[in-house]
Design a protein. Structure first.
Length: 248
């Protein structure tokens, strides 16, 4: 069941979202060759604690970490590791923050030093695809309009859209209805209403959209070993248009 959020609930989620955005900005300062995603993990835990917040995904279905850290061909749900990042890597840091009862979810892909032209283009197109999806999140539109906006743009740029992972509603819990596909047909799916809060989080691959999961049961990576990138915001549907809750 899709629930519409009250002004108070949206305010609390926005406060969590602003802290999450600040966390990402601090991570951006850390990213360089030689840094480990484990150092980022430790920073996030400490930073959130200092601001009275907690990492919501830690403990979710047995997941042990405050962040997901997905490097190069890892699509999502990569574990933080003590292996140093290398020049030319790309790394997605995804996390969910709880602050005073409000939840917010956001992911960003970062370049480690100088990256290849293909990697930079993948990152740029993925970020643009996110914002094209957000632009389609208007009162009266349907969920399929979001997916179509993302898919048509991404495939037009010769990248593939991951099918196995989706955006979602968010509110009292991290994952709520509706499921937000990043592909689809315009005019299909649930109608968007004022007060709906959802995540839009396209994952684009340089090669095939197909994925495989490592033996750890979490780490999803491309089947062809090519790069993957992801950008995600939590947004609320308003009469004035979509409002992003996970940026300042």
């Amino acid at each position: 069941m899709i629930t519409l959020k009250s002004e108070r609930e949206i305010h609390l989620m926005h406060e969590a979202g602003k802290l999450l955005a600040e966390t990402h900005r601090e991570i951006a300062k850390m990213i360089k060759p030689g840094v480990t995603t484990w150092e980022i993990e430790e920073f996030v835990e400490k930073f959130l604690e200092e601001h009275g917040a907690t990492p919501e995904q830690k403990g979710y279905q047995g997941y042990k970490y405050a962040t997901c850290a997905s490097v190069n061909d890892v699509i999502c749900h990569g574990f933080p590791q003590k292996k140093p990042l290398n020049e030319g890597d790309i790394v997605t840091i995804d996390m969910v923050v709880r602050l005073n009862g409000g939840l917010a979810d956001s992911a960003w892909t970062y370049s480690v030093g100088e990256v290849s032209e293909e990697a930079q283009r993948l990152m740029d197109v993925t970020k643009n695809a996110l914002y094209k999806g957000i632009e389609a999140a208007q009162v009266g539109n349907r969920l399929g309009d979001i997916g179509y906006a993302i898919q048509s743009y991404a495939e037009g740029e010769k990248f593939s859209v991951v099918r196995d992972f989706t955006g979602h509603g968010i509110g009292k819990t991290m994952h709520e209805d509706p499921t937000v596909l990043h592909y689809g047909k315009p005019g299909k799916g649930a109608r968007l209403k004022e007060g709906m809060v959802i995540t839009i989080e396209p994952m684009l691959n340089a090669g095939t959209w197909h994925m495989k999961v490592d033996k750890d049961g979490w780490t999803a990576r491309t089947t062809d070993g090519k790069l993957s990138a992801q950008y995600e915001h939590t947004i609320v549907i308003t009469k004035e248009g979509p409002m992003i809750l996970t940026e300042q």
